[in-house]
Design a protein around this ligand. Structure first.
Ligand code: AMP
Length: 416
């Protein structure tokens, strides 16, 4: 047997219904909030991510699935959606083509990470992006969509954390203050932090090494170094969240792992997931579109991990399926007529099933039970020659004779 690749998984019946439910809710919410779907390829040029996600990130340095294709081109299986969405926005001038550049996408992402519960090498994200709008109300609306997703799915005890990491004007002062505060403690931090201090000091806040934490806890906070316009913007975001009664907490450690974030960052954390507790995360990235060769347009968005949403979904959610009718054939004549009725019921929009290999009536009835059919239509014998069928209500255990011509109507009434 050839097993699935480490860190990848099949989504099988029993689980797939929960996935479909999450996807359905996500699509319907995006639609209600005015977002339109974009589907981008799974493969992109490697440089889209080295430039977009950022050379100094763990994703680009350690986690990408990249290869040279037969034409000699460097190709990457996308590790995240934002650079692809920016590329599509720029490549197709979507700001002119669409009434509003509010986009969403859903699909698989690939990162060479150490697999564990809630962390995989192929995983799926819902990705939401808005281009060209900078009012704090936009940040708040994106956060509202994220929060509404969690609420609509019924995920309990989720927590929204927000922060502002400033902009190109004020971030240098904060970085300087950070490095100054670290001072002589820098050599005591882990090797990753030493590297981060050189490349992107804010990311020291991402460190999970226990021995580093007392030092990191003493470092300054980005919100104390915001320039006036960033401070006003952040206050605006918080005020809008309050207007909509969305509960938030500031976490000064929320700098997020990617290089492109500016101003607002946010995450929703779940309580039931263990170590991998981030259900979704995102923020503003005002310089990214331009740095990828597009016009100078702001951007904000988030990505939600579908695996984690499915894991956090309460038991029983999304598991209800449409009630089924089972068509039971008696004898050869019955079988011909049963096949016709099967198709008629399906055409009428009902979930209709039948044993296609000829079996005894007893084993057909067993099968009807096995698929939890709500109704069975028994076709054949004397009744059929009288133009009638038997309709069995499987829950009530009652049988009635119905006219053949009336089958769709009579079955629908039982399935209700
Ligand atoms: P990121 O793109 O790293 O900001 O991640 C956004 C969301 O995607 C996270 O909050 C997780 O829910 C999910 N996610 C990220 N990496 C993985 C992974 N390796 N496996 C499963 N879900 C992930």
């Amino acid at each position: 047997m050839i097993a699935a690749v480490r860190g990848t998984h099949d989504i099988l019946p029993g689980q797939v219904e929960r996935w479909q439910y999450v996807e359905r809710i996500a699509r319907s919410l995006c639609d209600r909030y005015g977002y339109v779907e974009v589907r981008t390829p799974v493969i992109e040029r490697e440089e889209l991510f080295s430039k977009g996600t950022g050379e100094t990130t763990d994703i680009v340095q350690k986690e990408m699935y990249s290869f040279t294709d037969k034409g000699g081109e460097r190709i990457t299986l996308r590790p995240e959606a934002t650079p692809s969405m920016v590329r599509a926005f720029v490549e197709h001038s979507l700001e002119h083509a669409l009434p509003a550049a509010k986009l969403y996408s859903m699909g698989p992402m690939f990162r060479y990470e150490r697999p564990q519960k809630g962390r995989y090498r192929q995983f799926h994200q819902l990705d939401v992006e808005v281009f060209g709008l900078q009012d704090p109300a936009v940040d708040a609306e994106v956060i509202d969509l994220a929060w509404s997703l969690i609420e609509s799915l019924g995920i309990p005890q989720a927590e929204l954390v927000i922060n502002s990491v400033g902009c190109a004007n004020c971030r240098p002062q904060f970085q300087e203050a950070l490095l100054k505060a670290l001072g002589d403690d820098l050599p005591k931090l882990c090797a990753d932090c030493q590297r981060r201090a050189q490349t992107n000091p804010l990311r020291i806040y991402d460190c999970k090494v226990p021995a580093d934490q007392p030092i990191i806890d003493r470092l300054p906070h980005s919100v104390d170094y915001l320039c006036e316009s960033c401070a006003t913007h952040f206050a605006g975001v918080k005020a809008h969240l309050d207007t909509w009664e969305i509960p938030w907490k500031v976490s000064h450690r929320l700098v997020r792992g990617l290089d492109y974030y500016t101003r607002t960052t946010f995450e929703v954390l779940g309580q039931t997931l263990g170590a991998q507790n981030a259900l979704l995360g995102g923020g503003r990235y005002d310089g990214l579109v331009k740095s990828l060769g597009g016009p100078d347009r702001t951007g904000i968005g988030f990505a939600a991990g579908m695996e984690r949403l499915v894991l956090a979904l309460p038991e029983g959610r999304g598991e209800e399926s449409a009630p089924k009718v089972f068509v039971v054939a008696v004898g050869d004549d019955g079988r011909q007529e049963a096949l016709k009725i099967l198709r008629e019921l399906r055409r009428a929009g009902l979930s209709a099933h039948m044993e296609l290999e000829a079996r005894s009536m007893k084993s057909q009835m067993k099968r009807a039970d096995r698929v939890s059919a709500r109704a069975a239509v028994i076709v054949g014998g004397d009744e059929l020659s009288r133009g009638e069928l038997t309709l069995r209500d499987m829950r009530a255990g009652e049988q009635t004779a119905i006219p053949r011509a009336n089958v769709v109507h009579a079955v629908s009434a039982v399935l209700k």
